[in-house]
Structure formats: structure tokens, C-alpha cells
Design a protein around this ligand. Sequence first.
Ligand SMILES: NC(=O)c1ccc[n+]([C@@H]2O[C@H](COP(=O)([O-])OP(=O)(O)OC[C@H]3O[C@@H](n4cnc5c(N)ncnc54)[C@H](OP(=O)(O)O)[C@@H]3O)[C@@H](O)[C@H]2O)c1
Length: 384
Amino acid sequence: MKNLAVLGSTGSIGQSTLEVVKHHPDRLRVVALAAGKNRDKFLEQCRIFRPEFISLATREDLQWVLDALDYQPRSAPSDEGLLHCVEAEGVNTVVSAIVGASGLRSTEKALRHGHRVCLANKESLVVGGTLILEALRQGQGELLPIDSEHAALHQLLHGKDMTTIRTIRLTASGGPFREWSLAQMKKATVQEAINHPTWKMGPKITIDSATLMNKGLEVIEACHLFGLTPEQIGVTIHPQSQVHAMIEMHDGSFQMQASANDMRLPIQYALLYPDQIPSPANVFSWDQPRTWDFHPPDLNRFPCLRLAYQSLCTGQSASIILNAANEESVNAFLKSHITFGLIAECNEAMLDTFPLQQPENIDHVLEIDKEVRLHTQKWLEAHR
Ligand SMILES: NC(=O)c1ccc[n+]([C@@H]2O[C@H](COP(=O)([O-])OP(=O)(O)OC[C@H]3O[C@@H](n4cnc5c(N)ncnc54)[C@H](OP(=O)(O)O)[C@@H]3O)[C@@H](O)[C@H]2O)c1
């Protein structure tokens, strides 16, 4: 039995995870739930799954939920609560589905405990890098990606000798601005950017998909997960989002992984690996004609992807800087404080500003992250 702590249960990935849990009551059980501010949705989830440990961002919201429940789970608020969820008795599997670098500590702790970590929160691997891999090594647990592209690669690379792999390729839908000119994109509104053509996701990753920063973060994630160099990882635009990844063997042949674009599939893969059994996800049908397009990304129109490669080649703190700047600039855009075009400009300015250093531990990562955020906020204020 997999006993789960679901961190970020009220979000897009969190809710899909709970749908998978409902589908497999004989294999999956919720022990701990954690979320941020959405106390109504959280209460509903607690009533259904009756977790033994719960956490919300504030003490007040947590008390409101506890008062409304007909049983008394153990609880703790904020970051401390996230760590308690990971350590709750019986937990052996953690779904890390909080958005942003705030998922770093809980992801690291879960790995140190030797749990299976099903990782949606790519930002923790982007900023934590080798420190996260070291926690995995020390804890002797498992790290299974939830991103559809990385879940596809996990399947494609399974049992392969990595020396037989020449390159890997992540696909990207191209987002809502795939065919927009640079000038049009610069003035895009929040409403236009949030309108993703193929996936329904939380607001931050949806904007990251529109800038292709999400693909950049995924390239960094893939480097760490599969031990590859930046030169070995390519990106291909595939608007239908049904082929998720490809691997190229040294003899020039390719293998691809395809499925319906439904996140419940990679979530179930990570939860139940190595078993691939029927899932609640939509099933792919070959009864209708189907056309798939593939083309290379345009790095001039989507500079965030270029910045991610640049940061990978520069060193770990560059990824921390890029991620922190991006979280702040996307947040400012979502509040309509800056234009869409300024997201990439801000991220590049921060990468050019900060000195590079090798983070020694997670506290050091979070120190750099905090310093970059303060500086980014000043930059954004000056450009409003
Ligand atoms: N959505 C997808 O299809 C998809 C696909 C691949 C990877 N991912 C990755 O998965 C992660 C989550 O994405 P999402 O789309 O599910 O985001 P989302 O819908 O915005 O959900 C984020 C979740 O994190 C919670 N949260 C945020 N800050 C928190 C904090 N400080 N403490 C506790 N909980 C906090 C939110 O709680 P409240 O809502 O209660 O405030 C919510 O439950 C991201 O890293 C994203 O890149 C997502």
C-alpha cells in the first residue's frame, strides 16, 4: 500500500492526484494533505479522504478547517506543517505538487527520509540541483517525475544503457503565442496568456508555458534527473501535446512516447511504478484521423528558453537566480503590474546582475533565492 502525503492538494496536480487515489483505493491511501490558502476546497478534500495529518498556510485557516471537521486530525501550519506531513507516521510516498521554490525543503526532506517522491514541483530540482540528488542518494528513496515529458523519458530510458543514448528531446505545445510575432507578444494580456491551448494547469505554469520558461525549467530538470549534458537535450514544438518525449539512439533511430494529454496518466505512473495498470485518464483512440506537427522553437521570440540553457551552462546558482527572478516577474505579470515582454527582460537582467556562487546546502540556496527576489522586486517596481 502506498501511504501518501499530498503537498499542494488543492492545485491542479493535487486534485488530479486525488482522482487517481479514488480510482485505486486498494493501492493508494491518503495519510497527510497540505495546501496553501484554498480552505473551502481543502475542507472538502479532508471530508472525503480523512487524512491523519493536515496543513494549510495560516493557523487561522487551519483552525477553521479543524472546527468544521467531525474528527480531529493532527495539524501544523505553514512550512513547518509541510515538513510534518512528510514525516507523518506511515507516509512512504510524497506527491510534491506545490508551486515554486517553496516546495524545496519538503521535497528534500522527503528524499532524506527515503520516501518515494513523485515530483511535480520541478522548481525544487531546478534550484536544489545536485543537493536534491545528494538527498536522494543518502535517503536511498526514489525520485519519479510527474511532468508528462519526464515521465515519458523515464519510460523510454527504462532498462537502457545510457551510453547508447545520443540525445533526448522534450516536446512543447508552444503555448498560446506559438504563432504570435515578438511585437504582438510584448503587449499580450494576462487573459490571452492564461488561455493555454492543450493543458489546464495552475496560473504560474500556464504563464511559464506561454514564455517557454516552463520548457527551460524542464530542460534543467531533465539534466539532473537523467544525468545528461545540456547539449544532449533538445526541445521540439509539437502543438498537439500527444508525443511527450523522444530519445535518439547513437545509430540515428528515434523512440517516442505518446498518450492522451491527461496529467492523471503521469501521476499514476509515478505513484504506481513499475505497474502500468488501467487508469482514470482519457484513452487515446486511433479510430479518428490524427495529424501531428513538429518544428523547432524560435529562441528569438522565446528568449526564456535560451536563458535556461545559458543558466545550465553557467552553474547551479544561475538556475536559482533565473528561477527566483521568473517567479517574481510572472507574479507581477499575473497582477498586471508589468507587460508580458518584461518577464524575459527581467529574468535576463537578473541573470546578468548576480555574481555566481556554488550553494553549499539548502539554506544557502534559499539565501540566494531571497536576495534575488528582493532585487527583482525593486527592478519590477522601477519598470511598472
Ligand atoms: N498543472 C500541471 O498540469 C502541471 C504539469 C507538470 C508539472 N506541474 C508542476 O506542478 C507544480 C504545481 O502546479 P499546479 O499547476 O498544480 O499549480 P496550482 O494549481 O497553482 O497549485 C499549487 C498548489 O500549491 C499550493 N501552495 C502554493 N504555495 C504554497 C505554500 N507556500 N504552502 C503550501 N501550499 C502551497 C496551492 O494551495 P492553494 O491553492 O490552497 O493556495 C495549491 O494547492 C508546479 O511546480 C508545476 O510546474 C504542473
